[in-house]
Ligand binder design. Structure first.
Ligand SMILES: Nc1ncnc2c1ncn2[C@@H]1O[C@H](COP(=O)(O)OP(=O)(O)OP(=O)(O)O)[C@@H](O)[C@H]1O
Ligand SMILES: [Mg+2]
Length: 311
């Protein structure tokens, strides 16, 4: 019987000289689910994913894929996994079709499969283009195409949309979304983008400094705070340090991205909003603009780490 979890990571550690990149991570990936590894630069995402891919060896801990360790099962595991690394290196003087045919050859697959993949990743019009002439988004689509060639049960994509413009990013999302609907593939995707994790993934793992800070479905992650509302505001005068460290209020005033801007996170909107308004009045500062919204993953990340994910 196949295990329910296609990947099990148990107390895995990895360091590079003085850097502890991954510090005791435990993670289970259920069959057919899409998992986002979300974290800022240097969080340890690539190190963790590359250990799962068998490219790096953990210093400590255990990783199993479909119940099997890498050692002694390399051929079998390579057939199960499809991967695209954070940096793709193609042969620039090969055309799109030739590139796919080269990789298809490794798995004894023919032109039929290559054609199917070209269609899935929407590169029909580029089949004869040299890889060097593809746009960033097209190169990423080719990389995903290569990862999909062997019908992998598990797909591991390391930042497939970083640096792409919103349109190119959307196109990749749609390819992965269609794959998800078939419910045959399990996926780990690393990203810096909250929207990507929200849109594509069933389960979100927030990483920083080599550890998992929080994990769960989007709903679970925001559950503690579902009643919490965020009020973004613009004040007439800049907020000063006294405002930001006020002991008078049952919540903190956070500064925004310009001097008069800020936000507060309220558990009890009806009783706390009037407190905020009279506080601002007592500080001789009036409010020019206020907007209320639900708490998001971005806000959660700021709460967990004290900074934004892309800073
Ligand atoms: N081969 C290496 N040699 C030395 N240090 C490394 C090596 N690979 C990673 N590191 C360090 O380990 C930490 C984690 O790096 P990793 O690449 O896993 O982060 P990441 O979350 O993938 O970041 P990014 O979002 O920038 O891709 C960083 O501090 C990085 O500098
Ligand atoms: Mg990385």
């Amino acid at each position: 019987m196949l295990p329910n979890n296609v990947i099990e990571v148990k107390n895995v550690w990895k360091s590079f000289k003085t850097v502890q990149a991954v510090k005791g991570i435990n993670l289970s990936i259920p069959k057919g689910k899409f998992i986002a590894l979300l974290g800022p630069n240097g969080a340890g995402k690539t190190t963790l994913v590359e250990m799962i891919e068998g490219i790096q060896k953990p210093d400590r801990g255990e990783i199993t894929i479909m119940g099997k360790k890498w050692k002694g099962n390399e051929d079998e595991l390579h057939r199960i996994l499809g991967l695209s690394l954070q940096e793709n290196h193609f042969i620039e003087k090969l055309r799109v079709t030739e590139t796919l045919r080269l990789f298809a050859g490794f798995f004894d697959l023919g032109m039929e499969k290559v054609e199917e993949i070209i269609k899935i990743v929407g590169l029909e019009e580029k089949r004869k283009s040299y890889v060097v002439n593809l746009s960033g988004g097209q190169k990423q689509r080719l990389a995903i195409g290569i990862a999909l060639l062997n019908n992998p049960a598990i797909l591991l994509l390391d930042e497939p949309t970083t640096g792409l413009d919103p349109n190119a990013r959307r196109e990749i999302w749609e390819i992965l979304h269609s794959l998800k609907k078939k419910e045959e593939t399990s996926m780990i995707l690393t990203t810096h983008y909250m929207e990507e994790a929200e849109y594509l993934c069933d389960y979100i793992v927030i990483m920083d400094n080599g550890t998992i800070l929080k994990e769960g479905t989007l709903q679970q992650l925001l559950e503690d705070d579902t009643s919490e509302k965020v009020v973004e505001f613009t004040a007439e005068k800049p907020l000063d340090s006294l405002d930001l460290s006020s002991q008078e209020l049952p919540f903190t005033i956070h500064s925004g991205d310009s001097p008069g801007k800020g936000f507060i996170s309220l558990k009890n909107f009806e009783s706390e909003l009037p407190l905020f308004m009279s506080y601002m009045k007592s500080r001789n500062n009036s409010l020019k603009h206020m907007e209320c919204r639900r708490k998001t993953l971005d806000d959660l990340f700021v709460t967990l780490t004290g900074r934004k994910i892309n800073e």
